[in-house]
Ligand binder design. Structure first.
Ligand code: PGA
Length: 256
């Protein structure tokens, strides 16, 4: 059975001292919910090693926010999958809209990164969602993009991945997408995975990201194909994030 998942993507913020204080506080506040929910923290690169030391024996997992599409070291300013593993990461976020917009990643580049991450024992957390223009859910566009993002992947790759449904327009605004749009989009992703990947698709966690806050969590989590939530602004606030983890446990853990 899939475990529920909570993701904190801190983007380009949080000093080492703030990162260490956050994980102390969130573990104290979330309590037993941490036994029921996979919690992945994706800090800036500068905080990966100190956090991996601080999290030894803890239930929190460490992830990276991106990685290079190659392990060739001739990439000034980038970060390679084996170095992320060496620093304690077990997962890596790929395909976030900000990386697409600011660093030019297209679907083919994200696909290269997905396959390279899997080869290097980093489980991809793959972002998929409509770009800013469409105002509504577009399940057809989502599944066409999935075809491109997962080209060449094996069932073993798929089984270790997590997906984040995150439409670009929902990032950093006042409210998340509507519960009905979320349910339709996540159902389309799950159905596409089941059709192509059979048993592997059942192991794959699908969560939602984009302006998630504790007060919206219960509505969003009503989507039956959804396994959890991801956040940035509330993901940097230990009280709000611990509350999100608890709500995920309440909504998803008892049925599993
Ligand atoms: P937000 O950011 O939670 O602050 O809206 C989400 C994201 O960009 O992944």
């Amino acid at each position: 059975m899939r475990r529920p998942l909570a993701l904190a993507n801190w983007k380009m913020a949080m000093t080492v001292a703030e990162s260490l204080a956050f994980v102390r506080d969130v573990q104290a506040t979330a309590g037993d919910a941490l036994d029921q929910v996979d919690v992945v923290i994706c800090p800036p690169y500068t905080a990966l090693w100190p956090l991996s030391q601080a999290l030894q024996g803890s239930r929190l997992q460490l992830g990276a926010q991106n990685m290079a599409p190659t392990n060739d070291p001739a990439r000034t300013g980038e970060i390679a999958a084996p170095l992320l593993v060496d620093a304690g990461c077990r997962r890596v976020m790929l395909g976030h809209w900000e990386v697409r917009r600011h660093q030019g990643d297209d679907d083919a580049t994200v696909n290269r990164k997905v396959r390279l991450a899997c080869k290097n024992s980093l489980a991809p957390i793959l972002f998929i969602g409509e770009e800013r223009a469409p105002a509504a859910s577009d399940p057809g566009a989502l599944t066409q993009r999935l075809e491109r993002l997962l080209a060449g992947c094996t069932p073993d790759d798929i089984a270790q991945m997590a997906f984040v449904y995150e439409p670009e327009a929902a990032i950093g605004v006042a409210t998340p997408v509507t519960a009905s749009r979320l349910a339709a989009s996540v159902a389309a992703i799950r159905a596409w995975l089941r059709a192509g990947w059979d048993a592997a698709a059942e192991a794959t966690q699908i969560i939602y990201g984009g302006s998630v806050a504790p007060e919206h969590a219960a509505d969003l989590l009503a989507a039956s194909d959804l396994d959890g939530l991801g956040a940035t602004r509330r993901g940097r606030d230990p009280v709000a994030f611990a509350e999100i983890i608890r709500r995920i446990a309440e909504a998803k853990a008892p049925r599993r």
